[in-house]
Design a protein around this ligand. Structure first.
Ligand SMILES: [Zn+2]
Ligand SMILES: [Zn+2]
Length: 83
C-alpha cells in the first residue's frame, strides 16, 4: 500500500491523499506537479527514477487507510536540478 506522504519534498506544499497534484517515484519520494514538471523535469532527485502521477485514494478509503503524516522535506535535492 502506498504511504501517501503528505507534502512535496521540494516546496513543502500540502499533497493530501486524494490530491491529483502529487507525483511519486518507485520509492515514493513525493513531489507536487509544479516541481515535477519545472525543477525536476519528471526525474526524482533522490534516486534518479521516473516520477509518475500518484493514484488518488478516494476519501472514503482514506478514513480506513489514512495517508502517512510523516513529512519529508529535502529542498536541497531540488535546487541542484534547476539549470
Ligand atoms: Zn513542490
Ligand atoms: Zn526517488
Amino acid at each position: 500500500m502506498l504511504q501517501l506522504r503528505p507534502n512535496c519534498e521540494c516546496c513543502n506544499r500540502e499533497l493530501p491523499g486524494d490530491s491529483a497534484d502529487a507525483f511519486i517515484c518507485s520509492f515514493e519520494c513525493t513531489f507536487c506537479a509544479a516541481c515535477t514538471t519545472s525543477a525536476l523535469k519528471g526525474k526524482c532527485p533522490n534516486c534518479g527514477g521516473e516520477l509518475l502521477r500518484r493514484p488518488r485514494r478516494p476519501a472514503d478509503k482514506l478514513l480506513k487507510n489514512p495517508a502517512s503524516t510523516e513529512r519529508v522535506y529535502k529542498p536541497e535535492g531540488c535546487k541542484k536540478r534547476v539549470a
